[in-house]
Design a protein around this ligand. Structure first.
Ligand SMILES: Cc1cc2nc3c(=O)[nH]c(=O)nc-3n(C[C@H](O)[C@H](O)[C@H](O)COP(=O)(O)OP(=O)(O)OC[C@H]3O[C@@H](n4cnc5c(N)ncnc54)[C@H](O)[C@@H]3O)c2cc1C
Length: 474
């Protein structure tokens, strides 16, 4: 919240209490107290918008108010604590890249590591491929950091020394986005049973907590964790997986009665697991990120592999890696300043004041101005500069009440968008909650195509490829 106040906002979460064991009132109260103690300095900011109250117990009537239609008969009440929610995770990642580029880093996308330079004793860089032109070139470096997530092992197979072992044991993770606001201001963690069948394998049964999180006009529900032993490139939840997950969602919150056609998008990926319960299929995720200096792992210098588990720990991960890199280079690491240094767009003193002032002075209506401030923060006027120069860019993309054509162009000019799917999913909000529709995709492709000189065939190809990212749900 301190460094990206436009993207990270407080989120109250409620969870039912029942029985006298771990989910009982006393245990939950103790857990929320521990949470408050660990985060004792959470209210250091002078921005009232960022205030995170202490956790508290609530009676059953209040639980029902926060989770409309929920049958509270079997519950003794609930516990409420405060967490944070990211408004747009893709733009948070991008903000770091834009900050890094401002500080002198060279960023490149659609560049694949195809081999390593150097030998078994010392890695000296990578051989890279431009994924558009196929051109192969070398990037020399004293230290290479392999931060390829689920692909870390695949990348290590290209390293000069092959006997590196397995660093990432994959499990699949999926959240669904439902085009309905099920809850008011509070997210809810609701217990419920699950049943799923591993393809060609056993049926797993168990109980788990599912989180229902209000996000704009939708609800994000998750997370479905399963054992996965395929290739990282091949993971795409099939109909059976989505339907069995939806079944457990409706068992956890029966009155929500979510229909398949209300599921507009899925967030999916692979996470590293420590192991799984072979009877229940319950996945035990790794608890903490791991950083491997290969000089210790397999006596190869100049290569570091990192396996992250949670986005929320990214700043700590980065701090640890940079410290290690500097030490390896024989330099003394300076004090890390990232906990107080605003990311690109995060230069905001008090968020509500900033928003109010922006709404007062903006030439756009409230939803558009809010959307710009929440996505671009203190840099939102960069988008307005396009609209002043060309009123066509001040129009919203057809089918969207908020996304301006200027954002598409900005994605291409300033944020290295090269594919339509980049702007639809990873630069703007256009398709982050579901397929934005043919008219929106065409309009966005035409703005991009005008800048990147796409012909009609290329525009059509980009539209088809982007649409294909949404099946089987749309
Ligand atoms: C459904 C779901 C919900 C989640 N919810 C949360 C949450 O609520 N809170 C939380 O903190 N975390 C959450 N996470 C976890 C979080 O998203 C991950 O921990 C995080 O994305 C890991 O980041 P990473 O940079 O290590 O890996 P990734 O984000 O996987 O990035 C790896 C990158 O390496 C690139 N790459 C692969 N091979 C090559 C190559 N040969 N050359 C060049 N580049 C390559 C890939 O294209 C990719 O961009 C969730 C994850 C999922 C899937």
């Amino acid at each position: 919240m301190r460094i990206a106040p436009h993207l990270i906002h407080p989120l109250p979460v409620v969870m039912p209490t029942y029985g006298h064991a771990l989910k009982g009132r006393f245990a939950m109260w103790a857990a929320s107290l521990a949470n408050d103690l660990i985060g004792f300095d959470r209210n250091k900011s002078n921005d009232p918008h960022q205030y995170l109250p202490r956790g508290r117990l609530i009676p059953p009537e209040k639980l029902k108010e926060y989770v409309p239609g929920y049958d509270v008969h079997n519950f003794s009440g609930g516990v409420v604590w405060h967490d944070c929610q990211c408004y747009n995770t893709e733009r948070l990642g991008l903000s770091y890249l834009l900050s890094a580029a401002d500080a002198g880093a060279d960023a490149a996308n659609y560049v694949e590591c195809t081999a390593f330079l150097g030998d078994a004793q010392k890695v000296a860089g990578i051989q890279a491929k431009d994924c558009f032109t196929g051109e192969i070139f070398d990037i020399r470096a004293k230290i290479v950091i392999n931060a390829c997530g689920p692909w870390v092992d695949e990348v290590l197979r290209k390293a000069p020394k092959k006997n590196s072992g397995r660093r990432f044991l994959p499990s699949s993770a999926m959240n669904i986005v439902v085009r309905r606001k099920l809850l008011g201001s509070h997210a809810a963690g609701l217990p419920g049973p699950y049943v799923y069948r591993q393809e060609g394998g056993p049926v797993y049964r168990g109980n788990r907590i599912l989180f229902f999180v209000p996000w704009r006009d939708t609800t994000i529900i998750g997370t479905d964790h399963r054992i996965y032993d395929g290739n990282p490139d091949d993971f795409f939840p099939d109909n059976m997986q989505v339907e069995s997950f939806l079944d457990s969602v409706n068992r956890a919150y029966p009155s929500a009665d979510i229909k398949r056609e209300e599921v507009s998008f899925i967030h999916k990926g692979l996470l590293p697991m420590a192991g799984a319960n072979v009877k229940t299929g319950e996945v035990k995720l790794e608890k903490r990120f791991r950083i491997h200096d290969h000089i210790h792992d397999d006596k190869t210098d100049g290569l570091i592999t990192v396996v992250g588990v949670k986005y929320t720990t990214h700043r700590d991960v980065a701090n640890n890696i940079i410290t290690l890199v500097l030490k390896k280079l024989g330099r003394t690491p300076p004090m890390c300043r990232t906990q107080d240094t605003p990311v690109y767009g995060g230069d905001i003193d008090r968020f509500e004041d900033f928003l109010k002032e922006s709404l007062r002075t903006s030439a756009f209506n409230e939803p558009i101005t809010r959307h710009l401030v929440y996505n671009y923060g203190s840099k939102y006027k960069d988008i307005l500069s396009y609209t002043k120069a060309d009123p066509f860019l001040g129009e919203t993309v057809p089918g969207s009440a908020e996304v301006l054509k200027a954002e598409i162009l900005n994605g291409v000019r300033k944020e290295m968008a090269l594919k339509l799917s980049d702007v639809v999913l990873r630069r703007t909000d256009l398709g982050s909650a579901g397929n934005p529709g043919d008219a929106a995709l065409r309009a966005a492709a035409e703005v991009m195509g005008g800048e990147l000189r796409w012909d009609d065939r290329r525009i059509q190809k980009e539209i088809e490829e982007t649409k294909a990212l949404y099946p089987p749900l749309n």
